[in-house]
Design a protein around this ligand. Structure first.
Ligand SMILES: NC(=O)C1=CN([C@@H]2O[C@H](COP(=O)(O)OP(=O)(O)OC[C@H]3O[C@@H](n4cnc5c(N)ncnc54)[C@H](O)[C@@H]3O)[C@@H](O)[C@H]2O)C=CC1
Ligand SMILES: O=C([O-])CC(=O)C(=O)O
Length: 328
């Protein structure tokens, strides 16, 4: 028997990430090749944006995706999020050259207060929310705090792009395949302070740390390369990453919904106090997922270097979160 369609809301649907994301959701890459979807697409109430959204919907129609059970264009989150099972909050201003992601906070924070409130009122009580719009962790925190009637664990921020970037760098350094690398993670904020950590990683059962055995490379090449990759893409393309960001959003939701079979992935989630991260801080952690739920990988040893890096990214996040306290 075929499955009942689920509702997937996507904001910023006419933007560059939207264009790389919607077709993959509609083709079943996010929720499975047997899961029909109804797309509920949100764009700003602006003639040009709404017209562009119509164009994207025409193209979706022209793909004749068998799993696309319906699609709607919206300009109000209260209708776009009605009964939605999944919400991908992408719509926000991107940064340009010379900016840090936290420079977007004042421009984007209000979007996430309004959208959190709308999710609170009209979304499915089981909605799974992924915030992509930057600064992603703090925007996810704002949305969560603006939606007090929804379970806090339903709100997540995207660190999967950082996780995937770290995988590719480690594979290149060790001359191995991404698919063979396990137990890698990225702690903290989606910002240059993030701490990509391969201390526990293995490739075909061998310890990545031993294969690399170069703390100078870790500190002076790997961490800055992963942490500043977004800026490097902006420098090269003149625009921020879009296809890789959409790919990471697909990976994040796919794994949250369908499980990781014990494999670690990185998700930005509200802390429960693990590893000394204060409750509710929206922080990148290693997790495994099963039956639509994620669980933090517990009991990892945090050495002095790692603690220093974790403190750095935590301090930055706490400053960002204090900076938006007046909105909540
Ligand atoms: N977390 C991550 O790893 C990454 C996050 N990003 C962030 O994703 C966001 C979107 O990036 P792009 O698609 O490249 O930007 P874009 O400018 O191409 O598209 C953004 C779209 O969002 C729409 N929008 C703005 N406010 C909205 C609102 N209140 N409701 C609905 N739609 C709204 C705009 O009209 C525009 O069409 C940016 O904040 C960017 O920094 C980008 C890459 C990676
Ligand atoms: O860097 C940016 O502004 C876009 C982004 O978040 C990324 O590519 O990681």
């Amino acid at each position: 028997m075929s499955k009942k369609p689920v509702r997937v809301a996507v904001t910023g649907a006419a933007g560059q990430i939207g264009y790389a994301l919607l077709f993959r959701i509609a083709s079943g890459e996010m929720l499975g090749k047997d899961q029909p979807v109804i797309l509920q697409l949100l764009e700003i109430p602006d003639e040009k944006a709404q017209k562009a959204l119509k164009g994207v919907m025409m193209e979706l129609e022209d793909c004749a995706f068998p799993l696309l059970a319906g699609m709607e264009a919206h300009s109000d989150p209260m209708t776009a999020f009605k009964d939605t099972d999944y919400a991908l909050l992408v719509g926000a201003r991107p940064r340009g050259p010379g900016m840090e992601r936290k420079d977007l906070l004042s421009a984007n924070a209000q979007i996430f207060t309004a959208q959190g409130k709308a999710l609170d009122k009209v979304a499915s009580r089981n909605v799974k929310v992924l915030v992509v719009g930057n600064p992603a962790n703090t925007n996810a925190y704002i949305a969560m705090k603006s939606a007090p009637s929804l379970p806090r664990e339903n709100f997540t921020a995207m660190l999967r792009l950082d996780h995937n970037r770290a995988l590719s760098q480690v594979a290149a350094k060790t001359g191995t395949q991404v698919k063979d690398i396990e137990k890698l993670t990225v702690w903290g904020n989606h910002s240059p302070t993030m701490y990509a950590d391969y201390r526990f990683a293995t490739v075909n059962g061998k310890a990545v740390k031993d294969l690399i055995n170069d703390q100078e490379w870790n500190k002076n090449v790997f961490l800055p390369t992963v942490g500043k990759r977004g800026a490097a893409i902006i420098e090269a393309r003149g625009l921020s990453s879009a296809a890789s960001a959409a790919n990471a959003a697909i990976d994040h939701m796919h794994d949250w919904a369908l499980g990781t079979n014990g494999k670690w992935v990185t998700m930005g989630i509200p802390s429960n106090g693990d590893y000394g991260i204060p409750k509710d801080t929206m922080f990148g952690f290693p997790v495994t997922t099963k039956d639509g739920k994620y669980e933090v990988v517990k009991g990892l040893e945090i050495d002095a270097f790692s603690q220093e890096r974790i403190n750095l990214t935590l301090n930055e996040l706490q400053e960002e979160q204090q900076g938006v306290a007046h909105l909540l």
